[in-house]
Write a protein that binds this ligand. Structure first.
Ligand SMILES: Cc1cc2nc3c(=O)[nH]c(=O)nc-3n(C[C@H](O)[C@H](O)[C@H](O)COP(=O)(O)OP(=O)(O)OC[C@H]3O[C@@H](n4cnc5c(N)ncnc54)[C@H](O)[C@@H]3O)c2cc1C
Length: 455
């Protein structure tokens, strides 16, 4: 029998981005239907690393990545080395970032997705339908209607396509894509070595033109190797199990001391949708932007999209915002995502060099730069959002750093001590006169508070 469901927001795609959005809307008590075409969690090797801002997002869900067994942080520097194992670049992954979490954490994407899926399904107002493939989408001024391959329909006030790189929603809406013409094939191997297996450094890039290689953790109990497919090489042949073990031999791994959990060849690409909205429908995550994984920022960018959408959709459903707030979603997030696409390409341009002469030039330049800095590690820049929904001021759109604060008897990171939502922070101890009367009423209707003193 065909079902016709009605909901506030329908989400196409049960990857990390769609699931996070469903959770954030579920926390607000919104009625949500999320559809995912695969009946089971997708098992191919993908994200292993996340940054401090994403750690901060997960903390709002109650996942503390410093103590949670699903995550690890090596509190070590990150090295880029040449074929002679000389340092080309050193990155500070030891310190705390301004978000008050470590710069980098390691995890296993299928485990994270399984966890987010369980969390989303736990909200009474969220329905997660697995094995449900969206095949048609129409909208008018007041609603959107999604049709599944099984003939079911879902009518929603708003629809979000978080349906990955080959997004059906993006295609159905006719949203144009800017392709940056970047293509490199890499073999990805997820390994479970014996507990006694040790390797140092824990996280590094081997910029050897004979075989550019990434050697990183893969979450607790796992390690990840990524090998570039060289020009003219047969990617399928390289991906065979026999060839995988041959590539792993110099790293001391064999079927006797390690399990090859997952392997896949991916074509790394760089592209973004030029429009992220059409009427009541939006796209997020890989559907909106795709980047090579050299910066480990693809999923992170998508989780930021989900966060930026959740409060906007909530305010719209409550009638506090006009739908202009959806346009600022695109302008705010697109510039940020484009920055990371370009940054990932730049990193790829350093590592994906298979030509000996070009590699020698790169090595000389980078070693000279590193020596000029006295070998000091670099730290990442804070990346500003594009123009958003905020009042224009020189600091609006910058990341709000967090420290440890005391609030209502609890001492913790700001987000955990104070909570998540709308707040007025005032050094004067009172919010009087800071807002227009309308703004004041809106904030008062939510849980807003004025905090005194330094945070
Ligand atoms: C090798 C590799 C390494 C990576 N490493 C990192 C990293 O370290 N850090 C990082 O941040 N990112 C990394 N990424 C990127 C990260 O994996 C992706 O950015 C992330 O999975 C995107 O999440 P998403 O939810 O937008 O899309 P996806 O994970 O692709 O999920 C989309 C979902 O939509 C479903 N779907 C599609 N079409 C339909 C339809 N018509 N109906 C219903 N469901 C549909 C799909 O089945 C899928 O489950 C890596 C990627 C690769 C390939």
């Amino acid at each position: 029998m065909v079902a016709n469901l009605k909901t506030d927001v329908s989400i196409v795609g049960g990857g990390p981005v769609g699931l996070l959005l469903a959770i954030l809307l579920g926390k607000q008590g919104r009625d949500v239907v999320l559809v995912e075409r695969y009946p089971e969690i997708y098992q191919r090797p993908r994200a292993v690393t996340m940054d401090a801002e994403v750690a901060r997002i997960l903390a709002t869900l109650g996942i503390d990545v410093d103590s949670d067994p699903g995550f690890e942080n090596h509190k070590e520097l990150y090295y880029w080395k040449n074929a002679q194992l000389e340092n080309l670049q050193i990155v500070d992954w030891e310190s705390l970032a301004p978000s008050s979490w470590h710069v980098t954490y390691w995890f296993n994407q299928p485990d994270l997705e399984a966890r987010l899926f369980a969390m989303a399904a736990d909200y009474p107002s969220v329905r997660v339908l697995r094995g449900w493939e969206a095949v048609a989408l129409v909208q008018d001024d007041s609603s959107t209607t999604l049709t599944g391959a099984n003939g079911d329909t879902i009518e929603a006030q708003f629809l979000v396509g978080a349906d990955g790189a080959n997004s059906f929603v993006r295609e159905a809406l006719g949203l144009p894509v800017v392709d940056k013409g970047y293509f490199f094939d890499w073999l990805i191997l997820d390994m479970i070595p014996e507990a006694s297996y040790k390797t140092s450094p824990a996280q590094w890039q081997l910029c050897d033109p004979k075989r550019p290689t990434t050697i990183v953790p893969g979450g607790p109990g796992r390690r990840r190797w990524e090998f570039m497919v060289l020009p003219g090489e047969d990617a399928d042949a390289l991906a065979s199990e026999e060839s995988a073990w041959r590539l792993l031999e110099p790293w001391g791994l064999s079927p006797e001391n390690a399990e090859l959990e997952r392997s896949a060849v991916y074509r790394f690409q760089a592209r973004y949708a030029d429009k992220w909205r059409a009427g009541r429908c939006l796209i997020a995550g890989d559907a909106a932007h795709l980047m090579p994984p050299f910066a480990g920022e693809g999923m992170c960018a998508g989780l930021r999209d989900a966060t930026a959408l959740a409060w906007r959709l909530g305010g719209l459903l409550d009638g506090y915002f006009s739908d202009q707030v959806l346009d600022s979603y695109e302008s705010e997030r697109k510039e940020h995502a484009k920055h990371y696409i370009q940054f990932s390409q730049d990193l790829g341009d350093i590592i994906c060099i298979a030509d000996e002469a070009k590699a020698a030039e790169r090595d000389a330049r980078m070693i000279a730069d590193l020596e000029a800095r006295g070998g000091a590690p670099i730290t990442g820049d804070l990346v500003e959002l594009g123009e958003g929904a905020w009042i224009k001021s020189p600091t609006a759109g910058e990341l709000s750093p967090q420290g440890v604060v005391r609030f209502e008897g609890r001492e913790d990171r700001f987000d955990q001590a104070v909570g998540h939502g709308w707040f007025i922070l005032s050094l004067k101890g009172s919010a009087d006169g800071l807002l227009t009367p309308a703004g004041g009423r809106m904030v008062a209707s939510r849980r807003a508070c004025a905090l005194r003193g330094r945070v």
